[in-house]
Design a protein around this ligand. Structure first.
Ligand code: ADP
Ligand code: MG
Length: 362
């Protein structure tokens, strides 16, 4: 069942087109992450779903019901903000139960919900403290608690972990995942952090300049990016994009004369794409470049090692390939000679091809 549908949604602020014909669907119980660079329109989209921002064109449906003109309080959703937005003069208990009191929930039901949620989030010892007497992580738990007690149809999160330090961010990320696993409530979660998106989302919608670039499972986003923006946005370091030409079923890297990388095993999106000659990018992730040939589908190339970056469990090596740079990622236990022409192997089952003009996946 579709819990939330966004149809042909557009939004302008003055002359700035912030959202351009957005279409999105999210099934009940799924965890959709809106991922994109700062300023791409994520918060605006979330605020529109919450009813905090008006729509210029299009509609928002919750359970097949058009809520575009429904008041925020009547949408049966709860939102958690980056800034926590707790009431400073109220203690934890009052903050968590505020919404329930407003909606005239019976007292015993409020107490029951408070107990359940505060125990679950481990803030039951903190009920009499004011927000100023809490750590960042505790404040965030209270903000989540305030959303949870209402048992909403949909949870909206807007960068809820951005104000926490790195270690706490990872811990809270896991907590949010646990909460979702337990409650199975539909979630829309905004972040600019790709690791957060990958680890939390059952689905990820990647946005850029107010346009959804790809909405897919984390695995498809990573392995089959729809375009160059997605390929370059996801992965650290991102996918290598080697420029060249597609001629007679082979990839000829720019600057080379007699190199032909066979693409006959590549799964073209449209078989017509495999017919015409064109300028393309061959995309290969740094971890799909190997020093040893372990598989018959690995294709041997030769490139010069120029720079090594040791990062603990692995090392990133910069190679020069006909004056184009690409990166390889290897276990740090491997000894790799620098400033040498090395034999490398690329896994042809893991490549992506993009049209250089349209920037779209072939
Ligand atoms: P994100 O959450 O992805 O960082 P936002 O949705 O906050 O992006 O903002 C998208 C764009 O809309 C930005 O260029 C921002 O400056 C602009 N914007 C957001 N809110 C307003 C507003 N109330 N008035 C004018 N411009 C706005
Ligand atoms: Mg934002």
């Amino acid at each position: 069942m579709i819990a939330l549908k966004i149809e042909n949604l557009s939004k302008n602020f003055g002359r700035t087109e912030v959202l351009k014909k957005i279409n999105l669907e999210i099934n009940e119980g799924n965890f959709l992450v809106l991922l994109g660079p700062s300023g791409c329109g994520k918060s605006t989209l979330l605020n529109i779903v919450a009813g905090l921002e008006t729509i210029d064109e299009g509609a928002v449906f919750i359970d097949d019901y058009n809520v575009s003109n429904v008041e925020p309080k009547d949408r049966n959703i709860a939102m958690v903000f980056q800034s926590y937005a707790l009431y400073p003069s109220m203690n934890v208990k009052e903050n968590i139960t505020f919404g329930l009191k407003q909606s005239k929930t019976p007292k015993n039901k409020i107490e029951e919900q408070l107990k359940k949620v505060s125990t679950f989030l481990q803030v039951d010892e903190l009920l009499n403290r004011k927000p100023s007497q809490l750590s960042g992580g505790q404040r965030q738990r209270v903000a989540i608690g305030r959303a949870l007690v209402r048992e909403p149809r949909i949870f909206l999160f807007d960068e809820p972990l951005s104000n926490l330090d790195a270690k706490l961010r990872v811990e809270m990320r896991r907590e949010i995942k646990k909460i979702h696993k337990k409650l199975k409530t539909t979630v829309v979660y905004v972040t600019h952090d790709q690791t957060e998106a990958m680890s939390l989302g059952t689905n990820i919608a990647i946005m850029n300049h107010g346009v959804i670039q790809q909405c897919d499972t984390p695995k498809n986003i990573y392995n089959k990016p729809h375009n160059i923006f997605v390929a370059d946005f996801i992965g650290a370091p991102p996918m290598n994009l080697i420029q060249g030409n597609f001629i007679n079923g082979n990839f000829i890297p720019n600057g080379s004369s007699n190199i032909k990388i066979p693409l006959d095993k590549y799964d073209f999106k449209d078989s017509n794409n495999s017919k015409n000659e064109k300028s393309i990018y061959l995309g290969i992730r740094p971890e799909h470049i190997y020093i040893d040939k372990n598989n018959s589908d690995y294709f041997q190339i030769s490139a010069k090692s120029e720079l090594v970056e040791y990062i603990g469990h692995e090392q990133i090596v910069t190679f020069n390939y006909f004056e184009q740079q690409f990166l390889g990622k290897f276990p740090s236990t491997l000894d790799i000679n620098m400033d040498k022409n090395l034999k490398l192997y690329i896994d042809l089952n893991q490549i992506s091809l993009f049209d250089k003009n349209t920037k779209e996946r072939l």
